[in-house]
Design a protein around this ligand. Structure first.
Ligand code: ADP
Ligand code: MG
Ligand code: MG
Ligand code: MG
Length: 399
């Protein structure tokens, strides 16, 4: 990337950029009257919303910034992640076009992706916190996971294509962030950690649990070495846009060729963090959330099996039972990764609003402790959970 021509856009220069591009691509009908507003969360990237007040049409410009702002500090972060994000969205669009935003244009020099405006959708984390329910969500994410994983794995693609994908999506800087913030720092007394004083004793206990730290280290190794499929890499509930009917997965800047169970684990953990927060607040069982998790896993398995059958995977492997073995391994990894995610969202640098927003201190403490206990159990007992029903039963026992 020619970083010399890079500059961060402003609302004004974003309009000028689009006006110029418009002459080439005809994005908006001329004449247009463009309005622009930056709507991102402002940690790593700009997100500009551009609308034409004459035609009512709109689009999104996402631009990577050359640094990440974290706890007032900033550290350099590769601009190449914009290209990775755009290409991961385009790759997903080949197999699940209805589940990702349409990419309209990319600009590597400016680290820009221009994409479909999804402002009519709600970020899933916010929707869940507001108590909304999404009956299609589990099925959609199950299909998204099965198809993206299968079609970037040696079962669904040629060896040559796999090698090409794994090189194109090499993403060491962003993988390092996950390595540190998800798999290392929360398990040790590290500066990046951020947890409330009332958790000190609980966290100290966790840091003394050598068995837990050993299992977390094994999961880190799996994350670092298992190259099975092109994965999203950051599939928490802030990376999913929803309406009552539809689902769109956004923000795959952490995409890389990694373990097939990682996205599933992160997604399950983030639905559970919402479940944990709700249960701590009202002491009710939230069966709709358990239903979403169950459907995600069951649809994922069904779809993955169907794809394997259609592509004659077992004939190719020449052994029966191979697909079930694959699914069991992916699930075991996912449970372990979910455990790490539950723990890091309480102890580590990046928290979730589901838990942080609980205003009653006692209830918040209860939620935080439950997340840590459940996370530890998932990591330690991941080989014992054979089905999603067992995992949910364990969750209900803890909450
Ligand atoms: P980051 O990588 O900085 O987290 P995201 O891609 O998650 O960036 O986007 C940050 C926010 O910008 C989202 O939570 C959402 O509010 C808004 N946003 C991102 N993409 C779109 C889109 N295609 N349409 C509408 N809003 C979007
Ligand atoms: Mg964000
Ligand atoms: Mg995001
Ligand atoms: Mg992001």
């Amino acid at each position: 990337i020619a970083t010399t021509s890079y500059e961060p856009l402003t609302e004004e220069t974003a309009i000028a950029y689009i006006e110029k591009l418009n002459q080439k691509l005809g994005l908006f009908p001329a004449p247009s009257l463009l309005l622009c507003k930056e709507i991102g969360d402002g940690n790593l990237n700009y997100v500009f919303h551009l609308s034409d007040s004459l035609s009512g049409q709109s689009l999104i410009i996402k631009q990577a910034l050359p640094y990440a702002k974290v706890v007032g500090e900033s550290w350099p972060l590769t601009l190449r992640r914009a290209k990775i994000e755009a290409e991961a969205l385009q790759k997903a669009a080949e197999t699940v076009p209805s589940l990702v935003p349409n990419v309209i244009h990319t600009d590597d020099d400016l680290a820009i992706t221009i994409m479909e405006d999804l402002s009519d959708y709600t970020i899933l984390r916010k929707g869940l916190i507001d108590g909304e329910t999404y009956p299609n969500l589990g099925r959609h994410i199950g299909i998204y996971l099965a198809k993206t994983i299968f079609h970037s794995s040696p079962f669904g693609e040629s060896q040559q294509e796999i090698k090409e994908i794994s090189v194109r999506f090499t993403n060491p800087e962003l993988c390092k962030i996950t390595e540190d913030l998800v798999f290392t720092d929360p398990f040790f007394d590290h500066d990046t950690n951020d947890f409330e004083d009332h958790l000190k004793d609980t966290v100290n206990e966790l840091w003394k649990n050598e068995e837990l730290k050993l299992e977390a280290a094994k999961l880190k190794y799996t994350f670092l070495t298992k190259s099975e499929a092109l994965i999203h890499g950051d599939l928490h509930t802030g990376s999913v846009f929803v309406t009552a009917e539809e689902t769109k997965v956004i923000d795959p800047e952490f995409a890389f060729y990694g373990p097939a169970g990682f996205d599933l684990g992160l997604f399950i953990a983030n639905i559970l963090l919402n479940t944990i927060s709700k249960t701590a607040i009202d002491e009710q069982q939230h069966s709709d959330l358990y239903q979403t998790i169950t459907e995600t896993v069951e649809v994922f398995k069904e779809e993955y099996k169907k794809l394997c059958q259609n592509h004659h995977v077992e004939a190719f492997i020449q052994t029966e039972g191979y697909v079930d073995y694959m699914l069991a391994t992916i699930f075991e990894d996912a449970v372990g990764f979910a455990g790490c995610e539950l723990i890091r969202r309480i102890i580590g640098l990046a928290h979730v609003a589901d838990i942080d927003n609980i205003s009653d201190c006692q209830k918040r403490l209860c939620a935080q402790k439950n997340a840590l206990e459940l996370g530890s159990t998932f990591i330690l007992k991941r080989r014992n959970f054979r089905t999603i029903h067992q995992l949910i039963q364990e969750t209900k026992d803890v909450l």
